[in-house]
Design a protein around this ligand. Structure first.
Ligand code: HEM
Length: 136
């Protein structure tokens, strides 16, 4: 049990254990696209091997943001995912986070219910910021 750690530090270490396995991002996209045809259809023309690498960095930015890093990278995601650009509706982030936590559960050997809650709480401010930029 690692719950003596600061929440953002605990999440950082969990991510390190989980994404050590290169299949992590394949399974994430399979879980995420399995959520709905709408989500699957957004990735029909995507080079998924490039996308998996981009997501590795994107999740790391969210985690680093929670550890106090500036919000520059998160704001860039807010812009690219906004209505004017990729048009990712704010309602889709709940399924994104569910897919991420399901994948962490499968890949982090130390995953448990407490870590499930901590992951959601730690990523929430960054996700909220991205969602808030949808209409700008
Ligand atoms: C906070 C959660 C998310 C993170 C960290 C994230 C991260 C990324 C990153 C790093 C890229 C590469 C382009 C860029 O840097 O802007 C990207 C592209 C993309 N994301 Fe997200 N994303 C998130 C949520 C979502 C959601 C909820 C959807 C909805 C389906 C989505 C759909 C897409 C699509 C369609 C692309 C472009 C794929 C292509 O190039 O064909 N993302 N995302």
């Amino acid at each position: 049990m690692s719950s003596h750690l600061d929440p953002a530090e605990w999440v950082f270490q969990s991510y390190g254990r989980a994404c050590n396995d290169p299949r992590f991002f394949e399974v994430f996209y399979s879980n995420f696209m399995g959520k709905s045809d709408e989500i699957r259809s957004m990735f029909v023309d995507t080079d998924m091997s490039a996308q998996r690498g981009l997501l590795r960095g994107g999740v790391m930015w969210l985690v680093m943001h929670a550890r106090g890093m500036s919000d520059t990278k998160i704001r860039a995601l807010g812009e690219s995912h906004s209505k004017k650009q990729m048009n990712i509706h704010p309602s889709l982030y709940g399924q994104w986070l569910d897919a991420l936590v399901e994948t962490l559960n499968a890949f982090d050997p130390e995953f448990n219910d407490e870590l499930d809650t901590v992951w959601r709480e730690v990523l929430n401010p960054g996700i909220k910021l991205i969602q808030s930029m949808y209409e700008d």
